[in-house]
Design a protein around this ligand. Structure first.
Ligand SMILES: *Cc1c(COP(=O)(O)O)cnc(C)c1O
Length: 349
């Protein structure tokens, strides 16, 4: 006998990175932005505080219009949700429920969790030995989901490569879902594929706009796909993006200058670290994200993660067979990264 439903019993929840109670830790375990959001976000949120008596705009119209304007799209091609995690969950429900879905074996570990929740048959597909995505392995007769750049590998496919997946899925009347959580840190976005009616791109304000705490993400795609997401949303919660989140995210979108300059600074720090670590003999993936994936052990990086933690630095370790020798280290400030480099070099000898 159990009070829980069969559904609840068979859930296998996602495990998020630790949020430490002590403030003093250098926090490089959940890919947050080291410099924070545009100062205009706070002003916009302050102003919105007077309106909290009223429900928010269910369609987040002003925010969608601002996103559409910066992206060169129409507002009807944008859907906003409570973090991109929610937008991804709605996408699994809207496009994948009951189907066989294909994803690279190493990718964002929330996908199999959503699949389990929504009755999706999730198929992890083999990758190349260097952890790059094997495109042909994904073409198995169903819709495809992938993160590009990928996590936690930090590697990136160019848009021509993604186009072959888009054409393939289109030929079998299925969608290609591209999770662009890290696209701001990559050489290009796959946005030009949005001219195809079966491509949905999901983005977040958490990584590139310094707003992980505000919980806003969005999808871009053909209005028919967007309508499917709205139908799922309105079967779950009509107001997933609250007033403060809509106002704050809109201010962040409008301050493109802040986004570009802070993202560029993160990219510079990242590339500097990459070269330093490589020159010190570490095997590091060439990152197109705001984190670095580095091999720090021959079999298990867990002891290195623990030692970093004892020295006040939090990083992420994944305890799966292929990822066990690696650590995923978020790119922090220049000072943060100097400290990490010092610790890594100390441990080597
Ligand atoms: C961080 C991340 C997300 C989730 O972003 P939120 O908007 O904070 O929910 C989605 N996909 C990938 C690949 C991520 O790394």
């Amino acid at each position: 006998m159990s009070y829980e439903s069969l559904l609840a019993q068979r859930l296998v929840p996602y495990v998020a990175g630790e949020q430490p109670k002590q403030q003093k830790m250098i926090k490089l375990n959940t890919n947050e932005h080291p410099y924070g959001c545009s100062p205009s976000v706070k002003t916009a949120i302050q102003k919105e505080m007077d309106q909290l008596r009223l429900y928010p705009d269910t369609e987040a119209t002003a925010l969608r219009e601002a996103i559409a304007e910066t992206e060169g799209l129409k507002a009807e091609e944008i859907f906003c949700g409570n973090g991109s995690d929610e937008v991804l969950a709605f996408s699994f429900a809207a496009f994948f429920a009951g189907k066989d879905v294909y994803a690279p074996e190493i990718t964002y570990s929330f996908y199999p969790v959503y699949a389990n929740l929504f009755g999706v048959h999730y198929h992890p597909c083999v990758m190349n030995p260097d952890f790059s995505v094997n495109l042909d392995a994904l073409k198995q007769g169903g819709p495809i989901v992938l993160a590009n750049p990928n996590a936690p590998t930090s590697l990136w496919l160019d848009t021509d490569q993604l186009e072959s997946l888009a054409l393939y899925t289109q030929s079998i009347d299925e969608i290609l879902l591209i999770d662009e959580a890290y696209a701001a840190f990559a050489p290009e976005t796959a946005k030009r594929l949005l001219c195809m009616d079966n491509v949905l791109i999901v983005r977040t304000f958490s990584k590139s706009h310094g707003l992980a705490g505000l919980r806003v993400g969005y999808a871009m795609g053909n209005p028919r796909l967007i309508n499917a997401l709205r139908r799922v949303r309105d079967s779950f919660n009509s107001y997933p993006v609250d007033r403060l989140a809509q106002a704050g995210a809109r201010a962040a979108v409008l301050d493109t200058e802040w986004t570009h300059s802070t993202v560029n600074r993160i990219i510079q720090t990242r590339d500097h670290c990459y070269m330093t670590w490589k020159a010190s003999g570490f095997s590091v993936m060439k990152s197109a994200t705001n984190f670095l994936f580095i091999k720090v052990a021959s079999d298990d990086a867990a002891p290195v993660q623990r030692r970093l933690r004892e020295n006040g630095i939090l990083v992420r370790h994944f305890n799966s067979e292929k990822l066990r020798p690696y650590l995923r280290i978020t790119v922090g400030t220049e000072d943060d990264m100097e400290q990490v480099t010092r610790e890594l070099l100390n441990m080597e000898c």
